[in-house]
Design a protein around this ligand. Structure first.
Ligand SMILES: Nc1ncnc2c1ncn2[C@@H]1O[C@H](COP(=O)(O)OP(=O)(O)OP(=O)(O)O)[C@@H](O)[C@H]1O
Length: 252
């Protein structure tokens, strides 16, 4: 397994936000994290990336507990793009993406051709090469989102965690981004709200409700009418497209 969570629990005060969550992701697969607002998706991603310590349970990367992995080593291996990721003003797009190289470089190490290559490739992958000299603060919300993803890709992680990466993007860029993510070959965990996108681009889905896993499986099994009614409070019909992908039609 690339990454696994074992009985993860995270609390704030007396409130249990992540409640005994376990799952595994095979190398190179895309796991979609679904759930209503406040169900614990972002909290779980932060635990997986080592930004929060679980109250109990553990996160394993190739069988090693991340609590025993150094911060730098972890940063070379996993990248998290958070919602509303902030970046300092007065920097260029390229500067932001170059930050992704930090875990790979020593404190006084010279910038290497491999670093330039990683930055160039990452900008290209998200379609932002033409913006590299632009000021960060001049970008639209969607462009900023793509640059943050480029920074994560420049990190050249093996595990990529994305928290609602499409939420500022127009429909073309939403589809481009999810297509890119699904083709990278990285072990990816992506929190999404669009259930159709989850069905199109994820190998597996994990559905959270009130901090617990209520479904785990392939999209065709997980996205069932009962689950959508009970967890998301919506009624819907299902179709199969010509390319055999599930399509959810929401009722008015
Ligand atoms: N640091 C914190 N302190 C207090 N409560 C928190 C903290 N972080 C998260 N929570 C609470 O935990 C619950 C889950 O939040 P989380 O952001 O993980 O959910 P989510 O599924 O990502 O939601 P959304 O879809 O709205 O982004 C929410 O009720 C939130 O208010």
């Amino acid at each position: 397994m690339s990454i696994s969570a074992e009985n993860l629990v995270w609390r704030v005060g007396r409130k249990t936000i992540v409640d005994d969550i376990s799952f595994e992701v095979e190398p190179g697969k895309v796991l979609g994290l679904l759930g209503p607002n406040g169900s614990g998706k972002s909290s779980l991603l932060r635990l997986l990336a080592g930004l929060r310590r679980p109250a109990s349970g553990r996160v394993l990367l190739d069988g090693t507990d991340i609590a025993r992995t150094g911060r730098r080593e972890l940063a070379r291996r996993v990248a998290l793009v958070q919602q509303h990721a902030a970046t300092d003003v007065n920097v260029s797009v390229e500067d932001v993406v170059r930050l992704g190289r930090t875990p790979h470089r020593g404190p006084l190490a010279a910038w290497r051709p491999a670093d330039t290559q990683a930055v160039d490739t990452a900008l290209e992958q998200v379609g932002m090469t033409g913006f590299r000299r632009e000021a960060w603060q001049s970008l639209s919300g969607g462009e900023r989102q793509r640059v943050h993803i480029a920074r994560a890709l420049a990190q050249q992680p093996r595990e990529l965690f994305l928290d609602e990466p499409t939420n500022h993007l127009d429909i073309q860029h939403q589809l481009d981004l999810l297509r890119l993510v699904s083709q990278l070959g990285l072990t990816t965990i992506v929190a999404l709200h669009d259930l159709n996108h989850a069905a199109m681009f994820c190998d597996r889905l994990l559905v959270l409700h009130r901090g617990q896993v209520v479904a785990d499986g392939i999209p065709a099994d997980v996205l069932a009418p009962d689950l959508l009614r009970d967890v998301f409070r919506v009624d819907c019909d299902f179709l199969r497209s010509d390319d055999d992908v599930l399509r959810i039609l929401f009722r008015k």
